[in-house]
Design a protein around this ligand. Structure first.
Ligand SMILES: Cc1ncc(COP(=O)(O)O)c(C=O)c1O
Length: 469
């Protein structure tokens, strides 16, 4: 290696260290109008050399949201996992593609080992699966497998999706709509089933909707249950839904992108009671397990269906040579070139073991219990939903408040202060604040500080609301 390359790598490593050791602030908030003025985004005709790359990196890091710090509690992931980070770097270093064993020998075996382990945990004894581009993609593949079951010839002939309908909870993730769009099912044919008070799909309503659709000459083909809804962290009753699916001969896909990690814990596994009865599952390791984006598994009970929907005959004779058909992962993936997302998960899992994941998940739920308690004990805060998982839905409250307006302003100010980033969401018509615990650096002290800051900003907002006459 020449000294220029070596020095450059040292400089990059120095920046990685200082990013990790640096400010506890989540972000130095800069509005888009200012950032687009100060950022040098010019794509040059003549290259500017490696020296400039270091400056660009400095600039980038300065304006990045620091997802590794405790105050980052916004989406369903966060924190920093060292072994997975190393895996990510090494996967990029080797820059292999996962389509053939020939190109990614050990990564192929690692991915298969991980998928088999996840299938075992789910209870798919003869299952298989693939790492995908995320839970959204996993939901789409689940829907595609379900469609294959009712219309196996469509792959060849094309689909007239007008009559096919699927069923999801009204609190399901928007990716099921995207999947319906991509597959030509159509938004109107994704039937939203009413939820109970706690945000779980109602089985009586599911049966009603299935029967109604049959009466309308539609063809139900799939139910997508959610384990860990995005806003409230609710878990649909899988076992009951699975029995309905068995009666009605429908495919059951479970979107466990967020909640799947409960399966590690003897204490919380029952939230997904009956998961082994599902036909397919997606589970994001890049959410609660803290693996860097992207790392997500799609798992299927009957692997031959995945193989069929991914089949492309022998047109790719330049890639897939007959002798490795069984082992080439490009035969069970919708992608051609595909990142190695296996190594980072493999390294992290070997470091922690199932027991380590279970401890992490249980600690997260304990911290969420603690935050709930703080909210319940504070006269300026109220819980906006029951909770079983680590989504804590709260809002600032007081007498005669325009709650939505105050909570919206509150979150804006909180994010701009740069100490915390939590998400804003809606339950019914109410705007809520939704911190989630999915970041190993969060502690009870972080949560004390979060509550103090929310209340102090809220108090300040209402002090400055002009009296109306
Ligand atoms: C319940 C649920 N399903 C699916 C997804 C989509 O996952 P991904 O972002 O990995 O595509 C999310 C994302 O937050 C989610 O909350």
């Amino acid at each position: 290696m020449d000294s220029g390359t070596s020095d450059f790598l040292d400089e990059v490593l120095r920046r990685i260290r200082s990013h990790l050791d640096g400010s506890e602030k989540v972000v130095d908030y800069t509005p888009q109008s200012s950032l687009s003025k100060i950022a040098d985004l010019n794509i040059p005709l003549e290259g500017m050399g490696l020296e400039n790359a270091l400056e660009d990196i400095d600039h980038f890091l300065k304006h990045s949201v620091r997802t590794n710090v405790p105050g980052f509690m916004n989406p369903l992931w966060g924190g920093f996992n060292l072994s997975a980070f190393a895996g990510e770097v090494i996967a990029t270093l080797t820059n292999n593609s996962m389509y053939t064993y020939e190109l990614s020998p050990l990564a192929t075996l690692m991915e298969q080992a991980l998928i088999q382990r996840m299938c075992d945990i789910v209870g798919f004894t003869d299952g298989n699966g693939t790492l995908t581009t995320g839970g959204s993609n996993g939901n789409m593949i689940g829907m595609m497998c379900a469609r294959h079951q009712v219309d196996p010839l469509g792959q060849q002939r094309g689909f007239d999706g007008k009559q096919l309908v699927c069923f999801v909870s009204e609190e399901s993730h928007y990716s099921v709509l995207m999947a319906a769009n991509v597959l030509g099912i159509g938004f109107d044919n994704v039937i939203k089933v009413a939820c109970d008070f706690d945000g779980r799909m109602r089985c009586d309503k599911l049966v009603e909707e299935i029967e109604r659709s049959r009466m309308n000459n539609q063809i139900p083909f799939c139910v997508i249950a959610t384990s860990g809804t995005t806003v409230r962290g609710a878990f649909d009753p899988i076992k009951d839904i699975a029995h309905i699916c068995a009666d009605q001969e429908l495919w059951l896909h479970v979107d466990a992108a967020w909640g799947g990690s409960c399966l590690f814990s003897a204490k919380y596994r029952q939230l997904m009671d009956g998961i082994e009865l599902a036909d397919s599952v997606c589970w994001d390791a890049h959410k609660m397990m803290g693996i860097p984006l992207i790392c997500s598994a799609f798992l299927i009970k009957r692997p031959e269906i995945l193989r069929k929907i991914c089949s492309h005959g022998n047109v790719a004779h330049y890639l897939f040579l007959g002798d490795a058909e069984e082992v080439d992962l490009g035969r069970i993936s919708l992608q051609c070139g595909r990142r190695n997302d296996a190594l980072k998960l493999f390294l992290a899992w070997r470091e922690k073991g199932d027991a380590g994941w279970a401890r992490l998940i249980e600690k997260y739920v304990e911290l969420a219990d603690y935050l709930q308690l703080l909210a319940e004990e504070n006269e300026n805060l109220e819980m906006m939903s029951s909770r079983v998982w680590t989504n804590v839905c709260i809002r600032y409250t007081g007498q005669d408040l325009d709650h939505n307006s105050v909570n919206e302003q509150l979150r804006q100010r909180l994010v701009k202060s740069g100490n915390f980033m939590i998400s804003q969401s809606k339950i019914g018509d109410d705007i809520i604040l939704r911190p989630v615990i999915a970041n190993p650096s969060v502690s009870t002290e972080t949560l004390d500080n979060l509550v103090n800051e929310i209340v102090s900003i809220g108090n300040d907002i209402i002090r400055n609301i002009p009296f109306s006459s």
